[in-house]
Design a protein around this ligand. Sequence first.
Ligand SMILES: Cc1cc2nc3c(=O)[nH]c(=O)nc-3n(C[C@H](O)[C@H](O)[C@H](O)COP(=O)(O)O)c2cc1C
Length: 206
Amino acid sequence: MKVLLINGSPHEHGCTYTALRKVANILESEGIQTKIFHIGKGAVHGCIACGNCRKTGTCIFEDDVLADLAKECSAADGFIIGSPVYFAGPNGALCALLDRLFFAYGSFMKGKPAAAVVSCRRGGASAAFERLNKYFTLKQMPVVSSQYWNSVHGSSPADVLKDKEGLQTMRTLGRNMAWLLNSIAAGNIPRPESEPIAVTSFADGK
Ligand SMILES: Cc1cc2nc3c(=O)[nH]c(=O)nc-3n(C[C@H](O)[C@H](O)[C@H](O)COP(=O)(O)O)c2cc1C
């Protein structure tokens, strides 16, 4: 089994990475394979609502990291999505990617366990965490929890390493993710059939 950890910070080895690394260490110690995928610093398109993905199954933009990310997602059994907190939300580049990932390649995510992890200097962690959880709960993904809302605090990796409670929250999250993945594998119970989505944009269903 494999968990993909997405580092949604421009800093490859910054605070978000430091938190994700702690989760990955625990997952690996529990026999789960891991990969940390860094979204990088390159330009990322926002979704332009063109509908191309509905027709072809792929995003119309192929010149950023989305295609590589989608490939990694298709091979993963679970996800940890990490982000720095920017103005009390996740990094905008990460949200642009996730909008397109979940819209165009949602089948790679659907039903697989996931959790968000955020890193902030001081405030806004809970709002950013909440925002990321919205992706999971739209795609029937069991959300893995920990002993607190998954955040660490700091402006540098050295700060994060001093956040003992934050790090413990990451370790607990790793153990809970490993437990859920192993339980799902042991149970081997097929997921329930999905009904076709009844799209209603207005309360009267028209
Ligand atoms: C554009 C920008 C906005 C930020 N907004 C917040 C914020 O709202 N709250 C906060 O506590 N820290 C904020 N920060 C600080 C980062 O979230 C924090 O240092 C984070 O741990 C950096 O993670 P990284 O090293 O993985 O990039 C902001 C940083 C930047 C660059």
